[in-house]
Design a protein around this ligand. Sequence first.
Ligand SMILES: [Zn+2]
Length: 304
Amino acid sequence: MLRLTSQIIVFILFISAVTISSLRAEVPVFNSESAWNYLLAQCEFGPRNPGSEGHVKCRDYLKDELLKFTGRVRLQPFTFYDSRLRKNFDMYNIIADFGSETGAKIILCAHWDTRPRSDCDPDPAKRHLPILGANDGASGVAVLLEMARMFAVNPPPVPVQIIFFDGEDYGREGEIWDYLLGSKHFAKTIDARDYRYAVLLDLIGDEDLEIKKEYHSYQYSPDLMERIWKIARRLGIDQFSSRIQLPVIDDHISLIEIGIPAVDLIDFEYRYWHTQEDTPEHCRQESLEAVGRVLTELIYTEED
Ligand SMILES: [Zn+2]
């Protein structure tokens, strides 16, 4: 009798192990090498600020790349008038859908534009130059392009919308109304009830990545934030820190304002922020991997 019981216990343990491993097997592996190549590919276009040649080329590249992974890609054009320059700028959000065509969507987003000036460069003579934006622009987009590639092979269990926002970093220091242009435009065109939540990536490629709990996200989307940090802890990803980050004005604000819970994954302590030195050599593949793994786990453990 005793023997039989222990055999049954062993059997039950075996079955649960099989079940757990088969559940785990459904979470694909995030390919950080491919993500890193996406970071480099964007930087090869040079600065990607609105009005530049790199902006047009990178827009087409991002659209074409997404079209390899889903037929549901669209550009959302809008115009921004810079009253100082007395000039119109054509801007484009790039939107791609994955998974079921019905049900509330999860937004994964990042800004794809780069800053038209290097206002924090230590050399005043360089401050009028546009930045390359390897971390500030390319890093978040790189992780999401790789997620898109993954979604094509392993459709997500829930509808996911990847959005690359334009015009996030256009504004001059202190003139906050000229920032977040793409996300503000996007927020005016949607019904928040069609969305579950949003995760924004910005400045996540830093060579010594530490993602703290950004205060606006912490304040307005505590449950989502807790879920993300719990996943990071479970996976042993220590780039996610339990310290609080002072509030950051970023694209998640545009979504929070219309009632979509949103978390900004950002490492705001980047030495080369808004300088000519925001280049791939100050970024790391491991940082993209840390964020990519957490996002992959978040999406594939989501229940429909
Ligand atoms: Zn920036």
